[in-house]
Design a protein around this ligand. Structure first.
Ligand SMILES: Cc1ncc(COP(=O)(O)O)c(C=O)c1O
Length: 400
């Protein structure tokens, strides 16, 4: 029986009753939560105020034309899609990607029955391992079998599609594949060839790809290719999820979107009209403006890059680590110092640093392998000074 507690609950249980034995002037530092702390664009409050009158009305599920056109322009610009007309049928606003990722699987189950004629009584949902917890919540909600695909250093920390392609029985009963690029926690990025393989598998075996690309804009120097680029104009079987939470430091705005297969999105909207949350119109107006502005995103990337450079300087060769190509987590191999759970406990007790054990973010597979074993997830979300302080404490604690 696997432990169903969330990683944060497990961590709270692990550290419960343990106080850091640090000097009185050394405040604890918490780098567990992937909640951005950089400034959001300063035009956001004014735009919300200008549109405040619209708080009176129930917002339409499809949002505003302005929002969908802003997203269409952004996708065409970011992924060089050649002016694809997406706003009419291929874009849906979401109340943050989390709700979208959850509700999408319910749409996918019905779609698998109606469109692909699948018997969904033994449906499988594929997910990466480690994984974002909403994926498993979604699979459980529809009683589907969650199938975890390990990411390891050898597979670039992404699910191994070559191995998956041989598992025909599994693929035939798969209704959706949650595929995150850049991935959380490792920040790994799929290339175009990988996206194409994934799309080909989805079309061959009739399942939907749910590409979770909410970290797409937080890259070090090279923009990660997106799944829409790999589609070459044919969006069938593909839905991508993007968010303003990470790109624009607007986690509290609850604004993102799904884009892709128009027939699926139309079908899914009918379901969403019954039960899913809309995004209110003033917030969509702010969201539309945020997708039209790149200056704040460039600054956001600069701030993260500055912190990853600091990590290289502070941890150096003594704590070898890879700078992830994207995302804002440091996925640090600490196996030389013990297992990740004891190292987490030690860091909290000895230097007041709170991080997440990698094994809490992943499942142990049938052969006893947990791909998060030996790693820590460190969210690089605090400002530069606090991040430097945290990494310096970590280094002193582990290597003196
Ligand atoms: C991989 C991944 N997907 C989706 C989300 C959800 O983001 P939001 O609902 O804020 O758009 C998160 C948030 O941490 C995440 O890490």
């Amino acid at each position: 029986m696997q432990d169903e507690r969330s990683p944060f609950q497990k961590l709270a249980d692990l550290l419960s009753g343990l106080e850091p034995e640090t000097a009185a002037d050394q405040q604890p530092i918490d780098l567990t939560l992937g909640e951005p702390r950089h400034a959001f664009p300063d035009f956001v409050p004014d735009i919300i105020a200008q549109h405040a009158e619209k708080f009176r009305r129930y917002p339409p599920m499809r949002g505003s034309d302005e929002f969908r056109h802003s997203v269409e322009d952004w996708l065409n610009m970011r992924y060089a899609l050649g002016d694809l007309p997406l706003a009419e049928k291929n874009i849906l606003p979401l109340n943050g990607t989390r709700e979208g990722l959850f509700h999408a699987v319910i749409g996918a189950r019905d779609w698998a029955r109606q469109q692909f004629g699948k018997n969904t009584s033994n449906a499988a949902v594929l997910l990466p391992n480690p994984f974002y917890h909403t994926y498993i919540g979604a699979a459980r909600a529809i009683d589907a079998e969650p199938v975890f695909l390990n990411g390891s250093a050898e597979s670039g920390f992404l699910p191994d599609l070559e191995d998956l392609a041989t598992q025909t029985e599994l693929l035939d009963r798969t209704i959706a594949f949650y595929y995150a690029s850049p991935s959380n926690p490792q920040g790994s990025v799929a290339d175009i060839a990988t996206w194409k393989k994934l799309i080909a598998l989805a079309r061959k075996h009739d399942f939907l790809v749910f590409a979770d690309e909410c970290y797409s804009e937080l890259y070090r120097d090279t923009p990660p290719p997106g799944i829409l680029q790999a589609c070459e104009g044919n969006l069938s079987h593909v839905v991508t999820f993007h968010s303003l939470s990470k790109r624009s430091n607007l986690a509290g705005l609850r604004c993102g979107f799904a884009a892709g297969d128009g027939a699926f999105l139309t079908h899914w909207t009918k379901y969403r009209n019954l039960v899913a949350p809309q995004v209110s119109m003033p917030l969509l107006a702010a969201g539309a403006a945020a997708f039209r502005d790149e200056a704040h995103v460039i600054e956001n990337r600069r701030l993260y890059n500055e912190k990853f450079d600091a990590a290289n300087r502070i941890l150096g060769k003594k704590l070898p680590h890879e700078t992830p190509p994207a995302g804002f987590f440091l996925w640090l191999d600490v196996s030389a110092f013990g297992d990740d759970v004891s190292v987490t406990k030690k860091l909290w007790q000895e230097v007041g640093l709170r991080v997440l054990p990698g094994s809490y973010l992943a499942r142990t597979d049938k052969s006893g392998v947990n791909p998060g074993d030996g790693f820590l997830r460190i969210a690089m979300v605090a400002d530069l000074a606090e991040t430097q302080e945290a990494l310096t404490r970590l280094r002193h604690c582990l290597i003196g």
